[in-house]
Ligand binder design. Structure first.
Ligand code: GRF
Length: 185
């Protein structure tokens, strides 16, 4: 399957998805990386690795922004979209156009802690277990059918940063597996 990855920043999940896609039996390849942020470090990495990129700003409004992204993805014959640290909410219209073909990774055990600051919230709640969730995107934020989860312990003395690092490592294992599983369902 031809997968487009959408990022806003560092792109460590993009790298993990790409690394797994190099396996001979991978059911997907990453054919394009899209960003709302032309300065996203993940875009430079993609370029260095020969993956076509498309960056466009949402400054002129979401409709035009999404229209340009849609056209770019169609131009590359993208079949499914993996959101990987893409920090914008997609409109119901965009989600409908890609109905059932967008997945996201979120750094909490959904339905706990949709939105931002998930690690600080897990620590504040005294949770003993944290983790990440891969889910199909619907027009509700951080909602939709769950494809896979990964759990990590919350350790004594954890800060949001130390917990984030532990969860991120688990994300890098989880996302390629969950994506591959979902694409071959
Ligand atoms: C990850 O924690 C992901 O779960 C969240 O944003 C972060 C992106 O990190 N949605 P990276 O850009 O993949 O390194």
């Amino acid at each position: 399957r031809r997968v487009g990855v959408m990022i806003s920043g560092r792109g460590s999940n993009l790298k993990a998805l790409h690394a797994a896609s190099q396996a001979e039996d991978s059911p997907y390849s990453i054919v394009m990386v899209v960003s709302d942020n032309a300065a996203a470090p993940g875009l430079d990495w993609a370029t260095e690795n020969g993956i076509p990129t498309f960056a466009t700003s949402a400054d002129d409004g979401r409709e035009g922004f999404e229209h340009r992204i849609h056209a770019a993805l169609e131009g590359m014959k993208v079949e499914a979209i993996a959101l990987a640290g893409f920090m914008r909410i997609l409109s119901p219209e965009f989600v409908a156009r890609w109905q059932g073909r967008i997945v996201n990774i979120h750094p909490s055990l959904l339905p706990k802690y949709p939105g931002l600051d998930t690690h600080a919230r897990a620590i504040a709640a005294g949770d003993e277990v944290a983790g990440a969730t891969v889910h199909v995107v619907t027009d509700k934020v951080d909602d939709g059918p769950i494809i896979g989860t990964a759990e990590v312990p919350v350790e004594a003395g954890d800060t949001p940063e130390t917990l984030a690092a532990r969860v991120l490592e688990a994300e890098h294992e989880l996302y390629p597996q969950a994506l591959a599983h979902w694409l071959t369902r």
